[in-house]
Design a binder for this molecule. Sequence first.
Ligand code: SF4
Ligand code: SF4
Length: 244
Amino acid sequence: MNDSLRFGCTGCGKCCTGHHVPLTLAEARRWADANGQVVVLIEAFVTDGPGMPLEQREHVLRRSHAVRCGASEARVSVTFAAFNPGRCRNLDDNDLCTIYDERPLVCRIYPVEINPHIPLRPENKDCPPEAWQQGPALIHGTQLVDAELEALVQASRQADRDDIAAKVAVCQALGMTTSALKGNGFTAYLPEMAAFAAALAQLPEDDGAQWTLHVQDDALAASLLAHGLRTTSEPPVYYAFIGF
Ligand code: SF4
Ligand code: SF4
């Protein structure tokens, strides 16, 4: 834990390269409307059961949504993120953001953590060493010094809670209903963007779809089946399974 940390962005642009940027629902709509690609990342857990980090109980419950899974119920967390395997499409040749005034919340918050259970560690960030040796105080203890930055973090957390039901309904409408178990991995989809944009525009109702958990470990699959959950270990066709 940092007692005190200062920070001054050097403008190196590294955080705009090779990072899938989590988007709020409204930001995902704008990204799609601007012909950007969105990647959908999904993980699931059972309340007070498999996959749930008990020390983060309130946080993960509030940003997840209950879905049917076999004879039981799982909770899924869905991230819509700007798909940036290389340089962000909005980064110009001078490493400047061409949508700076409208850039996503997460871009405004970096390198600060949004999850309240993850401490900010400079070694886990892309910012060069000099960025941590200049600029104003960023954190005292666990508190952000800048009230505006704190408000952005709170807005991002609130959007996660406000958007989750709609994001799950969009996934279901587009057949993205296989998740991984939280802590074991996540599933990743690259939706066809015209259909994705149309679903975002309509915001479909929750159709009560059945979900499946992708697990490759036999013992874990057996334990999930014992909870009444539906699992698969079939090689994915329409998604990627990113295991930990
Ligand atoms: S939108 Fe702008 S700030 Fe955000 S990753 Fe892209 S170039 Fe960087
Ligand atoms: S990686 Fe850090 S220092 Fe570099 S542009 Fe991003 S926030 Fe600024």
